[in-house]
Design a protein around this ligand. Structure first.
Ligand SMILES: Nc1ncnc2c1ncn2[C@@H]1O[C@H](COP(=O)(O)OP(=O)(O)OP(=O)(O)O)[C@@H](O)[C@H]1O
Ligand SMILES: [Mg+2]
Length: 372
C-alpha cells in the first residue's frame, strides 16, 4: 500500500499544503524546525487517527486557527481510498470515501503504518505505561479486534475497581456480583495476555536477525513481563489468573483496587541477557528500537501479506556509515518509505537516486526532485 497524495490545512506549522508522493522512497529534507517531523506526523495521523507524539489533539492544530484538516489518497490492493480527518478543539471527524466512520478500529484497519522517531528511545527508559501504550497501538494494527478487547477490559477494570472501593469501605458486601464481574474480567484479560504474548513471540522471531544485520551483534530479544508465570494457552492463563485473584482477594479489597491483570504488564529489552534499560549504550538502544520496528514490518509482510508504509524520522543522524548501509537492506523499493533528514549528505547515493526528494522550508515545499 502507499499514500499517493496528501492535503494539509492548519496542521502544526502548516497552513496549506498539497503534495504527491512516490510509491517507493520519499526523502523530506530541510533545516531544523521547518516542518519535516510535522509532515510525517500528518501522514501517521491520517492513517492512524492519532499522533505518535502527542496525546492532545489540540496541539496538532496550527496555533493561529481553530480547526485542522488532513486528507489523502491511499492506494491499497489496486484500489484508491480517500481518507479524511477533521479536528477541532472538541472532536475528530473521520471519513473514508466520504462516509463518516464512527468506530476508530474500522478507520485504522484500512491502512498500516510503522513509525520510527527519535523519542522512541523513551520506550526503553520510560515508564511501563508508555510501553503498554506502544504494545496496544502496534498490536491494534495487526489484530483487528484487539482495540475492542482492550476497551472492554478497561471498562471492566473500572467497574471492578469501583466495586473493590465499595467493598473496602463496607458500602457493599455482595460477592456474587463481584464473582460475575470477575468472570468477564478474566475472560478479557486472558485474550489480552494471549495476543500480547503472540505478538512478542513474533517480534522475537525477527528481532535477533535484524539486530545482528544492523549492529553485527547477536542476542537481542524482548521479554514479556506479567503477573503470570506461564502464558502458553488460554486455559492455563485463565486458571492462573483465577487462582491469583482468589488468593489475593482480601489484599485487593484492602487496597480498593485491581492489583493483577494486563494493565500491570511490561516489556523489557535484552542484549546478551543484560537489560538494555540499565546496560545499553544510546546507540544500542536506538538500534534495538529500530530492530523492533523492522520486526513489525516483517510480521506484516509474513503474516498479513501486507506492505505497510514506513516512516523514519531522523533515523540516519546517529548511525555510523556501516550501520546506515546495513539498515538500507531493509528499506526495499517495494515499500513506501518516508525519511526525514537535515542533511542529504547523510544518505547514501544509492538511496538518493531511487528517491523522490522534497525540500521543506518554513512549512512550504520549496523544491521537488522526482525519481529519474
Ligand atoms: N500547533 C502548532 N502551531 C504552529 N506551529 C507549531 C505547532 N506545533 C508545532 N509547531 C512548530 O512547528 C515547527 C516545526 O516542527 P518540526 O518538528 O516539524 O521540525 P523539523 O523540521 O522536524 O525539525 P528538526 O530537524 O529539528 O527535527 C516548530 O518550530 C514547532 O514549534
Ligand atoms: Mg524533526
Amino acid at each position: 500500500m502507499f499514500l499517493k497524495s496528501i492535503k494539509i490545512k492548519n496542521f502544526r506549522n502548516y497552513e496549506s499544503l498539497s503534495l504527491d508522493f512516490f510509491p517507493g522512497i520519499n526523502i523530506i529534507y530541510g533545516n531544523n524546525a521547518q516542518g519535516k517531523t510535522n509532515l510525517l506526523e500528518s501522514i501517521y495521523f491520517l492513517s492512524f487517527s492519532k499522533s505518535h507524539r502527542s496525546f492532545i489533539d489540540n496541539s496538532l492544530i496550527n496555533e493561529k486557527y481553530n480547526e485542522a484538516y488532513i486528507s489523502g489518497s491511499l492506494c491499497k490492493d489496486d484500489t484508491l481510498y480517500k481518507l479524511e480527518i477533521g479536528i477541532d478543539d472538541k472532536k475528530k471527524k473521520l471519513k473514508i470515501d466520504q462516509n463518516e466512520i464512527k468506530k476508530i478500529s474500522d478507520y485504522i484497519s484500512l491502512s498500516n503504518i510503522i513509525i520510527f522517531y527519535p523519542e522512541d528511545l523513551n520506550l526503553i527508559k520510560g515508564s511501563p505505561k508508555d510501553r503498554r501504550h506502544f504494545l496496544n497501538s502496534e498490536i491494534s494494527q495487526i489484530y483487528g479486534n484487539y482495540l475492542d478487547v482492550v476497551n472492554d477490559y478497561n471498562k471492566l477494570l473500572k467497574m471492578r475497581n469501583d466495586y473493590l472501593k465499595k467493598l473496602q469501605i463496607g458500602e457493599v458486601v455482595d460477592l456474587n456480583y463481584f464473582d460475575i464481574l470477575n468472570k468477564y474480567f478474566i475472560g478479557k484479560a486472558t485474550d489480552i495476555y494471549i495476543i500480547r504474548n503472540k505478538f512478542i513471540n513474533r517480534l522475537n522471531e525477527f528481532n535477533n536477525k535484524i539486530y545482528l544485520d544492523i549492529l553485527g551483534r547477536d542476542g537481542f530479544y524482548i521479554k514479556y513481563v506479567s503477573n503470570l508465570s506461564n502464558i502458553d494457552n488460554s486455559d492455563s492463563v485463565r486458571e492462573e489468573l483465577e487462582n491469583i485473584l482468589e488468593k489475593e482477594r482480601n489484599n485487593e479489597i484492602k487496597y480498593g483496587k485491581t492489583l493483577f491483570g494486563p494493565h500491570r504488564d511490561d516489556i523489557e529489552f535484552y542484549l546478551d541477557n543484560k537489560n538494555l534499560k540499565y546496560y545499553g549504550s544510546q546507540g544500542q538502544q536506538r538500534v534495538a528500537i529500530l530492530a523492533l520496528k523492522l520486526a513489525e514490518l516483517e510480521i506484516f509482510k509474513k503474516y498479513k501479506k501486507i506492505q505497510p508504509i514506513l516512516l523514519l524520522d531522523d533515523v540516519f543522524s546517529e548511525l555510523d556509515d556501516i550501520k546506515k548501509n546495513n539498515l538500507l537492506k531493509y528499506i526495499s523499493n517495494d515499500l513506501q518509505v518516508f525519511i526525514t533528514t537535515t542533511d542529504l549528505d547523510s544518505i547514501s547515493p544509492e538511496l538518493l537516486c531511487q528517491a523522490k526528494k522534497i525540500m521543506i522550508d518554513n512549512a512550504n515545499v520549496v523544491k521537488i526532485e522526482e525519481v529519474e
